[in-house]
Design a protein. Structure first.
Length: 247
């Protein structure tokens, strides 16, 4: 099995520890139980669902307190047609795949060159200057764009009450060949599964040592970035098959 590193970004809209623990356990299950069946959403909706329409990914360089910084982002519009007002609390992450050409035995000696998975939660506490730069760029098509903090609210029914906001991420590592956006908070469907790494000798803890995981119906948007580490910063990401998953 190839050597693999997993790391998680610190600027997040969900629990940093929970992302780490969940990802580690899912990888452990894949290693220990190759035939483990990944849960899938019900073929037809079994709970409420919001309608969400995202844009393509964009890059932007904006002035910040630390100087000019480059970000990736996508805009989205969410509509509530569920029949009642509901809380909207999006949890959006970007999972990045760095594929290494270093052989597995060499990767163990040079962990920095190993294939790796990194996780970047969307930045909620976005600097005003970055948000204003994005808002100005898209003012013709998204005149009522909301800051990510303001988008966490009660979503009222109907198209007239739709929310338009943005998910912003730090710049991609140029070695990333594939990445996937996961958008949770659009559906009430969930599945509870036992944690295969739960340690009964330690106190149960929702983040450090959970007994179970709650997997929620999540919209997945996988992209591929053509080229190599020198050219990917100029490449346009290509969407593969967007679909509902449980995570």
């Amino acid at each position: 099995m190839p050597h693999l590193r997993v790391s998680v970004g610190k600027r997040c809209m969900v629990s940093h520890s929970r992302i780490c623990t969940t990802l580690a356990c899912l990888l452990a299950v894949a290693v220990m139980v190759p035939a483990f069946a990944t849960p899938e959403p019900a073929p037809a909706p079994v709970s409420w669902e919001f309608q969400m329409k995202p844009t393509i990914p964009y890059r932007i360089t904006a002035s910040t307190r630390k100087g000019n910084q480059t970000y990736w982002y996508f805009l989205y519009k969410v509509v509530n047609n569920t029949g009642e007002d509901r809380p909207f609390h999006p949890e959006i992450v970007r999972v990045n795949q760095i594929m290494s050409e270093v052989p597995a035995d060499k990767a163990r000696e040079r962990p920095g060159d190993a294939s790796s998975i990194t996780v970047d939660p969307a930045i909620v506490g976005l600097e005003k200057s970055v948000f204003e730069a994005i808002k100005e760029r898209h003012k013709a098509t998204h005149p009522f764009l909301m800051h990510p903090v303001d988008a966490i609210t009660t979503l009222r029914q109907g198209g007239d009450n739709a929310i338009a906001s943005v998910a912003v991420f730090k710049e991609l590592d140029p070695r990333v060949a594939r990445f996937t956006y996961y958008f949770t908070g659009l559906s009430g469907e969930q599945i509870i599964r036992p944690n295969p790494l739960f340690d009964p000798q330690k106190p149960a803890d929702e983040e450090a040592n959970p007994r179970v995981f709650v997997l929620r119906k999540t919209w997945s948007m996988p992209y591929i970035l053509p080229g190599d580490a020198q050219t990917r910063r100029f490449a346009k990401p290509r969407l593969l098959q967007a679909e509902w998953v449980m995570r």
